[in-house]
Design a binder for this molecule. Structure first.
Ligand code: HEC
Ligand code: HEC
Ligand code: HEC
Ligand code: HEC
Length: 268
């Protein structure tokens, strides 16, 4: 058995043991549907705003649009490393840069979303690497809230958007439920989750059982994505109105969330 495999088996064993010790509650994620609410003192304690009116989704139309646009959209939307938004950018220039008049189709999720509360059941323990806490403390968990700030509203107003928390033009990069597109693609998770695990790792309903999770090929087949720099650049690119220089290594350091036993800096 390779060293890598041994480490993985050990991890699975420790996880399983912890889950057993924690009791039946943890062994049945589907029965534990309580939404993950930030606890006092943690980032993101702001009261969760009411969900904006949902948008009717036409899966077929979304799929068709996605096919024709998505590949080209991502490939032309690479950040180039200069400071931006460029000083003195006019409204017209900004609209051009962010592709304001385009319809951003997003991706068609191949599986159902589970919600961050489900992932947290197994990924919150400090001994398992506290992926949930690390995410809660990261900007991504606040991405929806940010759209409610005066800065967001001022920017939206400039673009003629009445409410950024209800606009696909903003939510495509600020909420998992929009999954990189202008239309909400799921009613299974609240937009308030912001950018949660499933934005980067793929919708999790199919892979989140212990049996599947501990077998990477099986998990990948069930929808697990092992993300890399390209995943980040779907949002950290020039089409973000507030885009900043994106240094992948530096940014990854700020949000990395390794499993115990992973090599130092293990990541993409
Ligand atoms: C029932 C418990 C459980 C749930 C629920 C769960 N996981 Fe896991 N997850 C695990 C275990 C155990 C491992 C470690 C597997 C290993 O070491 O091979 C793991 C590993 C992972 C990995 C690393 C996989 C790899 O091959 O490197 C990712 C990514 C992950 N989980 C994401 C998620 C996401 C996202 C969710 C929610 C949609 C989730 N998990 C829900 C138990 C769970
Ligand atoms: C293409 C993806 C994308 C779109 C579309 C997008 N954003 Fe963002 N937004 C980002 C990213 C990435 C950041 C983080 C930038 C950073 O810190 O590097 C961000 C950050 C922000 C911030 C915080 C800025 C700061 O300096 O702290 C605000 C406010 C914001 N966005 C508002 C909006 C509004 C309003 C819209 C819709 C008009 C919108 N965004 C659309 C990707 C996007
Ligand atoms: C779905 C769109 C999206 C994806 C994918 C995404 N981000 Fe972000 N990211 C954002 C938004 C939006 C913000 C700003 C959130 C806020 O301030 O409320 C942000 C903020 C951040 C920040 C905080 C800004 C700072 O400089 O401190 C870091 C770090 C970061 N992202 C790293 C990453 C990395 C690394 C990846 C890929 C592994 C990634 N992001 C993938 C949208 C995304
Ligand atoms: C902004 C994107 C992003 C978000 C959000 C995110 N992850 Fe990850 N995650 C990554 C990347 C990138 C990797 C590294 C993949 C690799 O090792 O190649 C990773 C790795 C992992 C691993 C494996 C770590 C290891 O040491 O092998 C686990 C487990 C995991 N994530 C769970 C989660 C959980 C649970 C959440 C939500 C609480 C989450 N992730 C949120 C991007 C993300």
């Amino acid at each position: 058995m390779s060293r890598y495999k041994t480490v993985r088996y050990l991890r699975v064993f420790i996880f399983s043991l912890t889950i057993c010790v924690l009791g039946a509650h943890d062994a049945h994620p589907e029965q534990n549907a309580a939404p993950a609410q930030p606890s006092a003192g943690q980032a993101g304690t702001v009261p969760v705003p009411a969900a904006p009116a949902s948008v009717t989704v036409e899966p077929a139309a979304v799929a068709q649009a996605a096919e024709s646009n998505a590949a080209q959209v991502y490939s032309t939307a690479q950040a180039t490393g200069e400071a931006r938004p460029p000083a003195g950018e006019t409204l017209e220039q900004m609209k051009e840069r962010i592709g304001f008049d385009k319809v951003w189709p997003g991706e068609v999720p191949a599986h159902a979303f589970a919600g961050v509360a489900k992932c947290a059941i197994c990924h919150k323990g400090e001994k398992q690497g506290a992926q949930y806490r690390i995410w809660m403390e990261s900007a991504h968990s606040r991405a929806f809230e940010t759209l409610g700030t005066p800065a967001a509203k001022a920017l939206a107003e400039r673009l003629g958007i009445a409410d950024p928390q209800a606009s696909g033009k903003c939510l495509r990069c600020h909420s998992t439920a929009y999954y990189f597109g202008e239309q909400k693609v799921t009613e299974d998770i609240p937009v308030e989750e912001g950018i949660s695990c499933e934005t980067c790792h793929g919708p999790g309903k199919g892979y989140m059982t212990l049996k599947v999770m501990k077998d990477r090929p099986m998990a990948v087949q069930a929808g697990l994505i092992i993300p890399d720099e390209q995943t980040c650049r779907k949002c950290h690119n020039d089409t973000a109105p507030n885009v900043k220089e994106f240094d992948f290594k530096e940014s990854w350091e700020k949000i990395k969330h390794p499993l115990p036993g992973s090599a130092e800096g293990d990541g993409p």
